[in-house]
Design a protein around this ligand. Structure first.
Ligand SMILES: Cc1cc2nc3c(=O)[nH]c(=O)nc-3n(C[C@H](O)[C@H](O)[C@H](O)COP(=O)(O)OP(=O)(O)OC[C@H]3O[C@@H](n4cnc5c(N)ncnc54)[C@H](O)[C@@H]3O)c2cc1C
Length: 317
């Protein structure tokens, strides 16, 4: 008689309650104490194009100021197009607020002398922190260094250090810069920027906490010890985020599309979803030990304020 092959009997699933009690968990929101201080925050703004946007920016700055960010940064338009506006915004922050500004500066379309001159003006205006970037070519064009310019951000970092003893932050890419030769080359570039005198990296935004945490592992293995601060972008407009992310090499997970599906004409729901997604993202990172966050505010304070509040940051009176 042929022996009938015995099928392996599947393990009975663990009873639901046991699974719930023993499964991986998201840490509880920590109670604030001297032992668990609130995280350090920084906020990014862009320079306004007109009076109405200027009013909006300043309302945003005033709303976020009591959250006592470590610094606030002001972007530099593609190709250096906002040089005067960036400078004016940063100078006003120095003069009219108690905030510490960081001015973004890029290598695009300017000689070393011109870039050094801009940096000297910042130093004279009391600005001590620069976010040093290569920058991008105008849309549709490939980046080519200015013939007498700083070719890459690493060269700009070294140049700025020759101008004055600036605190310098640089960019990092958890999903690799879109035109990098490969991920290892890109990470090596980050290390070189830090070795050249930068003291921290701020990341391109990302939506999966795991992407960032794996990047930290790789950075540490590559000998990087400076802080790599996650860039957090609360997204309210999903379609716009997909378009923009395709350009800067950030991936947008499918689940996000599902969350925003059907909310195209419902701004209020989109804003609530945005707050929940970003809050969950920062909470997951916080539960994994991350205690510094950089927010891309897009000159709108409410989501950043609410998420900072969830993280335990309280306004000063
Ligand atoms: C936090 C943050 C803030 C930003 N703010 C601005 C802003 O205000 N204004 C703006 O215009 N843009 C801004 N950007 C965008 C940034 O300018 C672009 O992503 C740009 O394409 C790269 O800038 P970088 O400083 O990372 O360049 P780099 O560090 O110089 O790297 C650029 C690319 O070149 C590669 N590379 C470096 N060295 C070499 C080499 N020797 N040979 C070959 N390849 C090399 C790198 O791997 C990378 O792919 C910001 C980005 C971030 C993450």
């Amino acid at each position: 008689m042929n022996q009938v092959a015995q099928k392996p009997v599947p393990e009975p699933p663990i009873a639901t309650l046991e699974r719930w009690v023993t499964g991986p968990r998201f840490a509880a929101i920590p109670a604030r104490s001297a032992a668990t201080p609130a995280p350090a925050l920084s906020f990014e703004f862009f320079p306004p194009k007109n009076e109405a946007l200027e009013t909006q920016l300043w309302a945003c700055i005033r709303r976020l100021e009591p959250m006592q960010p470590r610094f606030v940064s002001v972007t530099y338009g593609a190709g250096g197009t906002t040089q005067a506006r960036t400078h004016a915004t940063v100078a006003r922050i120095v003069q009219e607020t108690g905030l510490t500004p960081a001015a973004h500066l890029t290598c695009v379309g300017a000689s070393r002398e011109q870039v050094d001159e801009v940096a000297r003006h910042y130093w004279e205006a009391g600005v001590r922190h620069i976010v040093a970037l290569r920058g991008d070519a105008p849309p549709g064009q490939e980046y080519t260094p200015h013939p007498r310019g700083y070719p890459y951000a690493v060269d700009l970092v070294a140049g700025l250090k020759r101008v004055a003893d600036f605190e310098i932050s640089v960019a990092a890419y958890p999903e690799t810069h879109p035109t990098a030769l490969n991920a290892d080359h890109d990470l090596d570039n980050l290390k070189r920027k830090l070795d050249a005198g930068a003291t921290r990296a701020i990341t391109q935004y990302f939506f999966e906490g795991e992407v960032f945490l794996r990047f930290l592992d790789r950075a540490l293995a590559a000998g990087i010890t400076a802080p790599i601060v996650p860039g957090i972008m609360p997204v309210t407009n999903y379609a716009q985020a997909v378009k923009f992310s395709a350009m800067c090499g950030a991936s947008v997970p499918g689940w996000m599309g599902g969350l925003f599906e059907g909310t195209e004409d419902d701004q209020e729901t989109r804003r609530m979803i945005a707050a929940i997604v970003a809050a969950e993202q920062v909470r997951l990172l916080q539960a994994n030990g991350v205690d510094e966050f950089h927010f891309y505010t897009l000159n709108r304070p409410d989501l950043t304020y609410a998420i900072a509040h969830i993280l335990g940051v309280r306004p000063t009176k």
